[in-house]
Design a protein around this ligand. Structure first.
Ligand SMILES: CC(C)(COP(=O)(O)OP(=O)(O)OC[C@H]1O[C@@H](n2cnc3c(N)ncnc32)[C@H](O)[C@@H]1OP(=O)(O)O)[C@@H](O)C(=O)NCCC(=O)NCCS
Length: 329
């Protein structure tokens, strides 16, 4: 059994509330000028307090399924990539199944690979479909990092935004295959350069952990920056090699959107002209796992890529984790 994989649809959702650099100027000692020149970010989207990852994941999934008129009850597998699950259990995937009105009994589970989560999820999805375990798979990436941001820490609070993206994949006997390659990597030795220290089994919530803001993101920006560029370039090259193409054949590169300087450096080192490098970091900041799938859905919706286009997604995140995939639309 070696099925081909088809991408039937993509979708996304970002919350309506916009937080601009000028809003942040009123919250911490920063400036629009500093944020713009160091990161390229001008604004980001933030959920309201009563909204969680499963809410925006369900919105992205609806957007994706509605485009092809497919009902949740036709889906046999739901995977949600998130590091901001609604709760430890049940999984956000199970909650999304309920929110979409599912009455069937699909496999449903979450995966945790930080900002590389969508590409990790796509690799799993590919495996499940190719070996006949899944026929219609809904892959969602959703994160609400605003809920785990220390809004008093200017080093981190300017970087992140909330968002969700979804992709519907199915098994096909067509000649055409949508996933030309995937490549994943990780190095746990970098675990404390980008992390949320408390809230898990190592350091469950106490008054002290809350007082010290240990339930929020800690990051060593400069170190993350260097490894991010190196590993995204390596992963992107590796995925091209596995797909049997050169970077020159890529119609659009969609890199993880953490910082415009990282995006530009990755494009340059891969020898891909900047007009073939997707950028939306100015409007959304770093949406963690959702970033690359939101980018892909936007690129499809605005006609930047179309049927037959070769697109490469590449991401990097906490762990550290990284990954890249080459797809043919
Ligand atoms: C975080 C990041 C934007 C900082 O940019 P940088 O050019 O490396 O800046 P530095 O770390 O050298 O900081 C320079 C100064 O700006 C200050 N600064 C940090 N955040 C600031 C802010 N929002 N506003 C104003 N000043 C700020 C720092 O305190 C530092 O001051 P100091 O020199 O007095 O100590 C950058 O390192 C980065 O993007 N790193 C990668 C982040 C990332 O990709 N994270 C997610 C990966 S998935």
């Amino acid at each position: 059994m070696n099925k081909k994989v088809k991408i039937l649809s993509t979708g996304h959702y970002v919350p309506p509330k916009v937080l601009t650099n000028f809003d942040l100027e009123k919250m911490v000692d920063t400036s629009d000028e500093w944020i713009t020149t160091r990161t390229g970010i001008k604004e980001r989207r933030i959920v309201e307090p009563n909204i969680s990852s499963s809410d925006i994941a369900a919105e992205a999934a609806r957007n994706c399924l509605n485009k092809v008129n497919i009902d949740i009850n036709e889906i046999d597998t739901i995977i949600v990539a998130t590091i901001t699950p609604d709760m430890f259990f049940p999984s956000t995937a199970c909650i999304v199944h309920k929110k979409l009105g599912g009455k069937n009994e699909p496999a449903a589970f979450d995966i945790s690979a930080a900002c590389s989560g969508f590409i990790y999820g796509l690799t799993l999805a590919e495996g499940l479909i190719r070996n006949g375990k899944s026929k219609n798979l809904l892959l969602i990436a959703a994160d609400v990092l605003s809920k785990f941001t220390n809004w008093k820490d200017r080093n981190t609070c300017v970087l992140f935004g909330d968002g969700a993206g979804a992709m519907l994949l199915s098994a096909t006997d067509d000649e055409e295959d949508a996933i030309l390659s995937t490549y994943l990597g990780a190095d746990g030795n970098y675990d404390e350069l980008l992390y949320i220290p408390a809230g898990g089994s190592k350091m469950p919530a106490t008054i002290e952990t809350v007082e010290k803001s240990l339930h929020t993101i800690f990051m060593s920006g400069k170190e993350v920056f260097k490894v991010a560029v190196t590993k995204m370039v390596e992963a992107a090259n590796k995925a091209c090699e596995l797909a049997g193409i050169t970077t020159g054949q890529i119609d659009l590169l969609i890199p993880h959107q953490a910082n415009l300087r990282i995006i530009t450096a990755v494009g340059d080192r891969l020898g891909i002209p900047q007009d073939k490098v997707f950028v939306n970091v100015d409007k959304y900041g770093n949406m963690s796992a959702a970033t690359v799938i939101v980018g892909l859905d936007q690129a499809i919706s605005n006609g930047r890529v179309k049927k037959g286009s070769i697109v490469e997604l590449v991401a990097f995140g906490g762990g550290f984790t990284w990954g890249a995939t080459v797809i043919k639309l």
